[in-house]
Design a protein. Structure first.
Lengths: 78, 208
């Protein structure tokens, strides 16, 4: 397997949607290729960091304003 | 390093089904529960697309109001959450169009780039690199980095990787083909990885 072929399957590997056979081929490539190992590890880390850190805080009072708007709409016709 | 598991699909009836049924019967408190459950996600999506806090606040309010008003049109053959996300994405794009006064805004723009299709910066990262920054610094780095992605990549990454939609749900929500979602996701992930390497790469001799 070449690095280009590995890269084409990178997302499927990360998303755990490869067959056992393909996974074994990917693992074999990884064991001999630091280049692709770094790419895989840091790409996984990239996703994990974005998933686990809230980068936009919900403004305070927004929920209350929304609730008031829904109640106002509701009074008109629900 | 922990393996990132895809978010599993539900096998039992989703708890939202009961909440939606209660709202349809006129129970507004059930809608409050849905708002509380998804307000952060809707706000984040709006903020990622509009890149403007005021717009994101307006979008969040409009999206939840619209979802409330249109609840009768919700078929129940998709999840309430993905239906809501679609409304939020559309409201966000409409808001962008308004701000850009008539200039067409689409999720197809600005994606003619080869950046990131082949990894160039192959320096490994420090272990737990985020610990070299405090919360505010890290949030700023993550914001700046993702804001620099082309819009069409950013939305796919946010829906798929941050908000946990499946590839199919992301494709339906954005009106894209599944191969288009997959290709954008790969390039978004690689571009973000490359850009974050500037901050997170292992520093020789000065490891904290």
């Amino acid at each position: 397997m070449t690095c280009t072929e590995f890269l084409a399957l990178l997302d499927d590997l990360i998303d755990d949607s490869v067959s056992a056979e393909t996974r074994a081929e990917l693992q074999t490539h990884l064991s001999g290729c630091d280049h692709c190992k770094v790419t895989l590890d840091t790409t996984r880390k990239t996703i994990e960091i974005y998933r686990s850190h809230e980068i936009y805080d919900l403004p305070t009072g927004l929920r209350e304003r929304l609730h008031a708007a829904i109640m106002a709409r509701c009074k008109k016709g629900c | 390093m922990a393996t990132i598991q895809p978010i599993a699909g539900e096998l039992e009836p989703h708890p939202d089904v009961a909440l939606v049924a209660r709202v349809r019967e006129g129970d507004v408190s059930a809608y409050d529960a849905l708002v509380r459950k998804y307000e952060r996600q809707v706000f984040r999506i709006a903020q990622h697309i509009t890149q403007n806090r005021e717009d994101a606040e307006d979008v969040m309010q409009d999206a939840f109001l619209k979802a409330y008003e249109k609840l009768d049109q919700f078929q129940g053959n998709s999840k309430f959450y993905t239906w809501l996300v679609r409304i939020a994405v559309n409201e966000s794009l409409m808001r962008l169009r308004k701000r850009r006064t008539g200039k067409m805004v689409s999720i197809d723009e600005d994606i003619e780039t080869d950046e990131g299709s082949v990894p160039r910066d192959l320096a490994d990262w420090a272990p737990d690199p985020e610990q070299n920054y405090n919360q505010a610094e890290l949030a700023e780095i993550l914001r700046k980095t993702i804001q620099g992605l082309p819009q069409g990549f950013r939305i796919v990454f946010v829906l798929r990787d941050v908000e946990g939609l499946s590839t199919e749900e992301t494709a339906t929500t954005l009106g894209l083909s599944i191969p288009a979602v997959k290709s954008r996701l790969l390039r978004a992930r690689l571009q973000l990885r490359e850009r974050l390497s500037r901050y997170f790469r292992r520093k020789r001799g000065v490891e904290k």
